[in-house]
Design a protein around this ligand. Sequence first.
Ligand SMILES: Nc1ncnc2c1ncn2[C@@H]1O[C@H](COP(=O)(O)OP(=O)(O)OP(=O)(O)O)[C@@H](O)[C@H]1O
Length: 282
Amino acid sequence: MNPATKPTETNQPSAHLRLVSDRAGSAASGITLSGVSKTYRSRDGDVPSLRPLDFHINEGEFFVVVGPSGCGKSTLLKMISGLLAPSTGEILVEGEPVTKPHGNVGIVFQNALLLPWRNILSNVMFPIDMKKLPRNEYLPRAKALLKLVGLEGFEKKLPWQLSGGMQQRASICRALVHDPKIMLMDEPFGALDAMTREKMNVELMRIQRETGKTVLLITHSIPEAVFLADRVLVMTERPGAIAAIYDVPLPRPRSLDAMADPAFTELVQRIRKHFFTQSALD
Ligand SMILES: Nc1ncnc2c1ncn2[C@@H]1O[C@H](COP(=O)(O)OP(=O)(O)OP(=O)(O)O)[C@@H](O)[C@H]1O
């Protein structure tokens, strides 16, 4: 095995893992989870969704989470954004405990969720209007972001006049417009066709390089995870725990040719082995 593709640490599904990553950074920056778990309380009983998780995502890192359906990936993302409270543990974003929705994150969902009556520029400006930030200050930034993702000239169009991939690019701009330190992306390209999805992957890596954002992305696609990530966190079935965290040994910048690299194939296979008995992943 290529030593660079060794998992940082693995655990048995039942064990509470205190993961000591060799890339562990300071809790004053990035995202830090300490003993974070989630059990949903419902009328039908408790639904344990995440076992206690401990890990750190470094500032400026591209961190990707893969795991079977229902293992708690979206729950994890909602807790980091402050939309959902953990049952146990603490989350720090940029050194600050997360106790409520906060402005340090931009979120991109599977569907672009643009407002159909607002034009593209106005959709990108939506968080600015919601947060009552000065429009004049952020308008040039919104336009610059649209240019960065190749949507210059489409500012006045309505969402239905754009393709799915273009709409998703606009939603990435919307997530970035208030200049959050962190981008949280929940299956952002799951609804796109395979070719558009590949283009969007390349595009997203370019945006991340140019903006230096910390990205936490969730995907069901192992090749997509390895292609995009600095590190890939592999989750077990629900209630989700950390099965392993892998460093991706591919140099940057990456083009689609990286998928032909033996190190890429090796790591994809290694991660796939975690799900051998499962059919939930690509
Ligand atoms: N509000 C809720 N009340 C009760 N159970 C919930 C609630 N939200 C999620 N769950 C349960 O928690 C588990 C984790 O859900 P979550 O959506 O985080 O998984 P996921 O890994 O993102 O799934 P998928 O990959 O299919 O999107 C699932 O079993 C789900 O049924």
